[in-house]
Design a protein around this ligand. Structure first.
Ligand code: SF4
Ligand code: SF4
Length: 343
């Protein structure tokens, strides 16, 4: 049975205490479970969309950064570009926002390149995907410390370690696969035939005539064109995001992102909002702050967070998305059975 280590902290305002607890949890986890650490271990984070006020601030990770430094382990903050148009759509904008949001203690790596074109096709051969597009700089790692913010999510129901692996580690095209299961389309009314998309397509799949046209046979669905079109003329369908299979696709992508890695998962259950950190506006927490969790099992840690939230709230807070855990367990990502070890 998986173990989930937990330290209760009643308020997000206690930054120094949270940072210290996270370091203590990783130390306990590594020692008790005999985890060997690589010489370079990136920290998978979420920088928070511009305007979001409730993402987990980087000073909460100082204890973990110190822990790695003491062991002479090199590290970096690692992230991938988002699918939608915003301040994290391309590497240049993303790096700027990371700095503005205070992620300055370590170098920043945008794992899927400038526009999302850099990925590895990780083979999983599951129901929805044979291969998943994982940001190259994440795919090549043997170990990642996955730092997640536990909170709600409009489509997934809730977000924790699995969501951080699935959407968080997928390249832009991988996000497109999970959301839309299709390739992008050009809106001919908006297209100005400026050729920027064609210049940024790694597959030469865009033909420019009076308007841009995507050759579906050549297109690999990397979504780089969508990131670069200055007129918002390239988009994808979000219809698939509303189907039941969306949660299964998330679980399969999480499986791919974690495949063959000795990851450590640390989840911060503070600022528990209904929406996620990709939402560029301020939100009010909907539940009490809970504490910090650590595990080697992404399914167990998400289940432990849900259980702790329900216990603290006296009700089921996030009703949707629990099938993600069931499916993740079924495909071998982890276990919903866990033992909670209070530190
Ligand atoms: S970048 Fe946008 S506007 Fe320019 S050619 Fe491509 S689709 Fe049309
Ligand atoms: S046309 Fe296809 S392959 Fe080319 S940039 Fe767009 S999504 Fe990527």
């Amino acid at each position: 049975m998986a173990k989930v280590y937990f330290k209760e902290i009643e308020s997000y305002s206690k930054t120094a205490e949270i940072s210290k607890a996270a370091a203590e949890l990783i130390r306990e986890l590594v020692e008790r479970e005999g985890i060997s650490l690589e010489k370079f271990i990136p920290l998978k984070v979420h920088f928070g969309e511009k305007g979001n006020k409730t993402f987990i601030k980087s000073e909460n990770f100082n204890g973990i950064i110190e822990y790695l430094k003491e062991r002479e382990i090199e590290s970096a903050f690692i992230e991938t570009n988002v699918l939608y148009m915003g301040e994290r759509t391309t590497k240049a904008k993303h790096m700027k926002l990371a700095e503005e949001h205070g992620f300055t203690q370590l170098p920043v790596i945008i794992a899927d390149g400038e526009n999302g074109e850099a990925y590895e096709a990780v083979e999983i051969n599951k129901k929805h995907f044979e291969k998943c597009k994982i940001g190259r700089e994440i795919a090549i790692q043997r170990q990642v410390i996955v730092l997640s913010h536990f909170k709600g999510h409009g489509l997934a129901g809730f977000g924790g370690a699995i969501k951080q692996l699935a959407m968080g580690c997928a390249s832009r095209g991988g996000k497109l696969d999970q959301h839309a299961n299709s390739k992008p389309k050009v809106n001919y009314f908006k297209c100005k035939a400026c050729k920027i998309c064609a210049a940024n397509c790694p597959e030469n799949a865009i033909i420019i005539g009076t308007k841009a046209k995507i050759d579906k046979n050549k297109c690999v669905g990397c979504a780089a064109c969508q990131a670069r079109c200055p007129y918002g003329a390239i988009s994808n369908s979000w219809v698939q995001s509303l189907s039941k299979s969306f949660n299964e696709r998330l679980a399969e992508y999480a499986y791919a992102a974690a495949k063959d890695k000795r990851n450590v998962y640390i989840t911060f259950a503070f600022n528990i909002t209904r929406g996620c950190d990709c939402e560029g506006h301020s939100m009010k927490p909907i539940a009490k702050d809970i504490g910090v969790f650590a595990s080697t099992d992404p399914v167990a840690i998400d289940k432990a967070c849900l259980d702790a939230l329900d216990k603290a709230s006296g009700k089921t807070v996030f009703k949707r998305g629990r099938n993600t855990l069931e499916y993740a367990e079924k495909i071998g990502l982890g276990s919903m059975e866990y033992e909670l070890v209070q530190i």
